[in-house]
Write a protein that binds this ligand. Structure first.
Ligand code: NDP
Ligand code: OXD
Length: 312
């Protein structure tokens, strides 16, 4: 039996689609009558405190999200393997967001919009894409998809990950020891890291101060599409105010929804989206999780299992 426990998304829609995909395999929602001991898989997003109560026969926890930081903090998370969402459609959506914001900062959108508002004709040529270095933190599923889409646009690319990566056309940096060197050559910093104790707060004033200056007029830019816990918002406000950063694109926030009182709303060079960079699409997700359940029921191993010791 599959139990759905999805908060803040249309659970009924996912349930109807999963029922159709998996029939005759039983699929239930929280309000239905069922024996919790019969549940072999639970499909979760933002699980409530009692989400896992009585699930003594659990074979796997299926995460609607690609990021599992919040799930891993659940006090009653069972010992069963956690399968996260890894999906072409999700990667494409995230890369769409990354490409849109990287190209916007490369072409100095903030500067020319300010010129337009001031009715100022000020010819200024941004550097070419090949003279502009995009540094991506996190070279996993999403980071690798992003570089595959930024490469044909001609950007100079570099990556930072926990373990070394050899990707053609991307200068790889790994580990804390090389973080400063990675930042020192980066004009546009893109964050696609998972949120772990090691990466929390990594987008802070010290990090911003180490980015390359002089290549992009006005200063470097950041793009955070991973988690709000990666960023120190007070530091972003300060860095945008004193010119340490020229611009920031933020899809995620320390507190979501972003409170009305946040100063970020008022900053013209801060581009805010409400955690929509990449949604888990039901049609695609149902195929993915349906396939995982069917394969596992046939005795095949689970895929994309989270390594709890690493935290992602
Ligand atoms: P992956 O697990 O595939 O990749 C994670 C990458 O981060 C790996 O390259 C890993 O290094 C690197 N990494 C982890 N810890 C460290 C560290 N301490 N130092 C340096 N590098 C590190 O994740 P995904 O690409 O699938 O997703 C990334 C994140 O994107 C998710 O965790 C989620 O938070 C976020 N996300 C946001 C969405 C949105 O709508 N805003 C939608 C979907 C995801 P290594 O390769 O060496 O293991
Ligand atoms: C995810 C997200 O982790 O939507 O998938 O943030």
């Amino acid at each position: 039996m599959l139990l759905l426990h999805l908060s803040d998304v249309d659970e009924a829609d996912w349930a109807a689609k999963l029922k159709a995909e998996l029939a005759p395999y039983p699929v239930v929602q929280r309000g239905d009558a069922f024996d919790p001991a019969e549940v072999r898989y639970i499909f979760v997003w933002k699980p409530k405190p009692d989400a896992f109560e009585g699930l003594t026969g659990l074979k796997a926890v299926l995460s609607l999200g690609a990021g599992v930081d919040a799930l891993l903090k659940h006090p009653d998370l069972p010992d069963a393997p956690i399968v996260r969402f890894v999906d072409k459609d999700l990667s494409q959506r995230m890369s769409d967001y990354v490409v849109a914001h990287v190209t916007m900062h490369h072409r100095l959108y903030s500067r020319f919009r300010a010129d337009q508002q001031a009715k100022r004709w000020s010819q200024f040529y941004p550097p070419s894409a090949s003279e502009t270095t995009v540094g991506i933190m996190g070279m996993g599923v999403l980071g690798q998809d992003a570089v595959s889409r930024l490469k044909p646009l001609g950007f100079d690319l570099r990556s930072w990950s926990r373990t070394p990566k050899a990707i053609e056309g991307v200068e790889g940096f790994a580990g804390q020891a090389l973080f400063g060197e990675f930042l020192g050559g980066t004009d546009i910093l893109v964050n696609l890291l998972p949120l772990t104790p090691e990466t929390a707060g990594i987008l802070n004033y010290e990090t911003f101060s180490k980015l390359r200056r002089g290549q992009l007029a006005g200063g470097p830019a950041i793009v955070n599409a991973a988690r709000g816990g990666h960023q120190r918002e007070a530091d972003i406000v300060k860095a945008l105010g004193d010119g340490t950063l020229a611009a920031a694109s933020l899809d995620v926030f320390e507190v979501e929804p972003l409170p009305e009182s946040s100063p970020l709303w008022e900053i013209e060079t801060c581009y805010i989206t409400p955690h929509i960079a990449a949604i888990s699409d039901p049609a695609s997700g149902v195929r993915y999780f349906g396939g995982i359940i069917r394969a596992h029921e046939e005795g095949k191993p689970l895929i994309n299992v989270v390594d709890r010791s690493r935290g992602y």
